[in-house]
Write a protein that binds this ligand. Structure first.
Ligand SMILES: [Zn+2]
Length: 336
């Protein structure tokens, strides 16, 4: 019942997750109960931004420093793309990676539920994101994949900027997440998510900006090309099917996401899989699969930014369903 209501509220953005399961996180449920407003429910949907007052980190260049481990991470070292990359095809390119949500959003409903203007509507500044039945949060997943992707892109020569540099904070607001990419004059940007769809639904979906006259006109076409490149690489390298419950052939055009509406640079969102589906959840909880996701996304960016330069990169050379993607290392962050 609750899920039905939340699904309705969230619409295509997917179901809430937030309503937290045990795992010693009673305060999270209490915080949401206190918030108990429509804004609170909306805040749990995909894609809402966070305000700068939430302690949003300034745009920070990604560093390769160690972080925390994620579920399934092995003690092996993180893969080094530079070991096999023949060149740096992304030299001179700027990529902004936005790991959706944040690990402590659930504890700060008054912050993330602040309404912000995303042109087409007012939405909560950020949301909690979803989680698997086992309690692996989307925020942790998003951050873990983002760090892996950042490392791969930097190895290819790109300058990479993250919209948040840990999974232990609040926000930033969706407006700030977009602004970080804009200020960086990013050549391409992505917001990484995993969906909270119906338990029977599987697959991934790439979301691109729709036309908002006077706002997104300049980014619609390049964002569509980015979406096609990301979709192709993701499908080929991860083997994940197109989403069965949302979008059309793993593509979706939306004008209700602040991260897209407010972007002035080519940008897409990706829902990497459905955390509410047992099969997808098992994959998303695997460090090896998260590394494969990162490799796939890197290949998508390389295809978009350097279509003639990525043929020999590790990302582009990974066969579909192959086993050549090394598992991630213990130093990869984003685990609970
Ligand atoms: Zn999300």
């Amino acid at each position: 019942m609750r899920n039905v209501a939340l699904n309705w509220v969230c619409g295509r953005a997917g179901r809430v997750s937030g309503l937290p399961r045990a795992r010693g996180r009673a305060p999270r449920a209490a915080a949401f109960a206190a918030a108990g407003t429509l804004a609170g429910l909306l805040a749990a949907c995909t894609g809402a931004p966070v305000p700068s007052s939430a302690g949003a980190p300034a745009a920070a260049p990604v560093t390769s420093g160690p972080v925390t481990t994620g579920p399934g991470d092995s003690p092996a070292s993180a893969p080094s793309a530079s070991a096999t990359a023949p060149s740096r095809p992304l030299a001179g390119q700027v990529v902004v990676i936005d790991p959706g949500h944040n690990g402590d959003n659930w504890a700060h409903p008054s912050v993330i539920n602040q309404l912000v203007n995303i042109i087409t509507e007012m939405k909560p500044c950020d949301t909690t994101g979803t989680e698997t039945d086992a309690g692996y949060t989307e925020a942790a997943f998003n951050f873990n994949v983002a760090i892996r992707l950042a490392r791969l892109l930097r190895a290819e020569g790109a300058t990479v900027i993250l919209t948040r540099t840990s999974n232990h904070g609040v926000g930033p607001c969706i407006t700030q997440r977009a602004a970080i990419g804009n200020r960086a004059h990013a050549d391409a940007a992505i917001s990484i998510h995993a969906d909270g769809g119906p338990p029977g639904g599987t697959g991934f979906d790439v979301i691109e900006p729709g036309l908002i006259p006077g706002h997104t006109g300049a980014i619609v076409a390049p964002s569509h090309r980015l979406a096609l490149d990301i979709r192709a690489a993701y499908h080929r390298i991860t083997g994940e099917p197109y989403a069965s419950y949302v979008g059309h052939d793993a593509l979706d055009v939306r004008t209700d996401l602040g991260g897209l509406n407010l972007s002035t640079v080519p940008k897409v969102f990706i829902e990497c899989g459905n955390m509410r589906n047992a099969s997808d959840a098992a994959k998303l909880s695997s460090a090896a699969f998260r590394q494969r996701i990162a490799v796939a996304l890197a290949a998508g960016f390389t295809a978009f930014l350097a279509p003639t330069g990525g043929a020999g990169t590790p990302a582009a050379s990974v066969p579909a369903g192959g086993s050549s993607v090394p598992a991630g290392g213990a130093s990869i962050p984003g685990a609970p």
